[in-house]
Design a protein around this ligand. Structure first.
Ligand SMILES: Nc1ncnc2c1ncn2[C@@H]1O[C@H](COP(=O)(O)OP(=O)(O)OP(=O)(O)O)[C@@H](O)[C@H]1O
Ligand SMILES: [Mg+2]
Length: 335
């Protein structure tokens, strides 16, 4: 089923929380809503879920107009940021909750619960209560509960944000595997760019209630269209067009193709390579060892650039270095 959002508009009093949001979610898509705190991610998710009304635009699922359809008739699975398990129910009872509400036969509920606990790899914890589980286990149960009713759409609002870094990464790939296996269209909110880039088929970059760019993770990273996207996703050198035209041909041999409205060039650190020859025009101002590579700040022709050095023997602060830019690297971005 295809979810279609057209020119969706939402205000809280005179504050515009969502400004003409247009987005399509295909039947097997994993979409991540990515953006800073307060940009409208949860608001958009709650509107899709039917937990919040909207003020303008269209929201349809296949042929169905969702504007007038109450949340419980939408058949969506929802997982919120904070653990929202029922504290007085066991894991198995939590997972089976939606099926009991639907008055499914007990034997079917038991079979479905067993299948889902298998899927989230927690069959041995069926009789525990939420307070006897770790944060990661609780979120897995919340996901199983959302999946129990065979949702036509899975909505996840920062389901991993309360977990520590290692558990997050492990859970991330579990969510992705489950979603692929079941083929359920999924919209997940996150303000973690790494999470969005690793999980999504489609990243929706939001800022101040607007969509700045929609694209594959590769497009968003390599071809950001706005300064906001370039800055929010990954590390970028944002270089004014005049400066680039003056000095960059000398480094790169040529500039990338230009967008006429663009004001700045976004160059990623990996597009600028450092050679420690002790003789170049660059001067190292900061060194960050990252294990597999070293990231350096280099003062070069009046600007501080973030560049990369591969291998051992990275230059130190104060050393003179040469820079080389990958020809045609980078993307022109608008304000
Ligand atoms: N019920 C409400 N009444 C008034 N303003 C609201 C209401 N709900 C949200 N807002 C405002 O709308 C904006 C978007 O809120 P939203 O919760 O969608 O942000 P978010 O992108 O999910 O942020 P976070 O990453 O912090 O969760 C915020 O400025 C928020 O203060
Ligand atoms: Mg939120």
């Amino acid at each position: 089923m295809h979810l279609s959002i057209k020119n969706l508009y939402k205000t809280f009093d005179d504050f515009v929380a969502l400004d003409r949001i247009t987005l399509d979610v295909g039947p097997r898509d994993f979409v991540c809503l990515l953006g800073p705190s307060g940009c409208g991610k949860t608001t958009l998710l709650r509107i899709i879920a039917g937990l919040l009304p909207f003020d303008g635009g269209m929201l349809t699922l296949g042929e169905k107009d969702l504007a007038t359809l109450p949340a419980k008739e939408r058949g969506f699975g929802i997982v919120f940021q904070s653990y929202s398990l029922f504290p007085n129910m066991t894991v198995a009872e939590n997972v089976g909750y939606g099926l009991r509400v639907r008055k499914e036969p007990a034997a079917r509920i038991a079979a479905r619960v067993a299948e889902l606990l298998e899927l989230i790899k927690l069959p041995h914890l069926a009789e525990r209560y939420p307070h006897q589980l770790s944060g990661g286990q609780q979120q897995r149960v919340a996901i199983a509960r959302a999946l129990a009713v065979d949702p036509s759409l899975l909505l996840l609002d920062e389901p991993l944000s309360a977990l520590d870094a290692r558990v997050r990464v492990a859970m991330r790939s579990e969510i992705r595997q489950v979603q692929r296996r079941l083929g359920i269209p999924t919209i997940m909110v996150t303000h973690d760019q790494e999470e969005a880039l690793t999980l999504a088929d489609k990243v929706v970059c939001m800022n101040h209630g607007r969509i700045e760019q929609i694209g594959t993770p590769q497009e968003i990273y390599a071809r950001p269209r706005t300064r906001f996207v370039a800055d929010f996703v990954g590390i970028s050198n944002l270089l004014p067009a005049d400066w680039v035209r003056d000095v960059l041909p000398e480094l790169a041999g040529q500039c990338p193709e230009g967008d006429t409205k663009a004001r700045e060039l976004c160059l990623r650190p990996e597009d600028i390579k450092v050679t420690a020859d002790g003789a170049g025009e660059g001067r190292v101002t900061e060194v960050n060892f990252l294990g597999n590579l070293t990231r350096l700040n280099v003062q070069w022709k009046g600007r501080e650039l973030v560049a990369e050095y591969n291998g051992f023997g990275a230059p130190e602060v104060g050393e003179s270095v040469s820079l080389s830019v990958t020809p045609s690297a980078g993307a022109w971005v608008r304000a």
